[in-house]
Write a protein that binds this ligand. Structure first.
Ligand SMILES: [Zn+2]
Ligand SMILES: [Zn+2]
Length: 135
């Protein structure tokens, strides 16, 4: 498990119980929509409003602790920033899974082929996950 307090401090963010709870839920789920996050955090913080949650998420996005994962025809998901990876999105169960990709190689191929210099990569592949294939 991550040390959320240290991570918050490293990103110049104030440590609050709500932020620690948000991070622990996101780490546990991997990727989560704001609506699901809200319903998960509500039992422990009954007074939290959706606006407060948005404000906290925005601060953590701005300081590079969280990242948005945009999925076509689905809600935006949030994750804790980690090394570059692609996402596999299951069209049936709507689960998002991380998939490691050799981005350095990809960047080099793109640079060689087109001279284009990448600085941000957002790759999501859609399809059917292994457990949905077996239903
Ligand atoms: Zn699936
Ligand atoms: Zn991810």
């Amino acid at each position: 498990m991550m040390n959320y307090e240290n991570i918050l401090r490293e990103h110049n963010l104030k440590v609050t119980n709500q932020r620690v709870a948000i991070l622990s839920i996101i780490e546990q789920k991997g990727h989560i929509s704001i609506e699901d996050l809200y319903s998960k955090i509500k039992p422990d913080f009954p007074s939290i409003s959706l606006a407060t949650l948005y404000k906290n998420m925005h601060a953590m996005l701005k300081n590079g602790l969280l990242a948005e994962v945009k999925v076509e025809n689905s809600k935006t998901h949030f994750e804790i920033v980690s090394d570059n990876h692609a996402h596999l999105y299951c069209e049936k169960c709507r689960e998002l899974v991380d998939f490691d990709i050799e981005f350095e190689k990809l960047n080099n191929d793109i640079l060689k082929g087109s001279g284009f210099l990448l600085n941000k990569t957002n790759l999501t592949f859609s399809g059917i996950c292994i457990s949905c294939q077996n239903i």
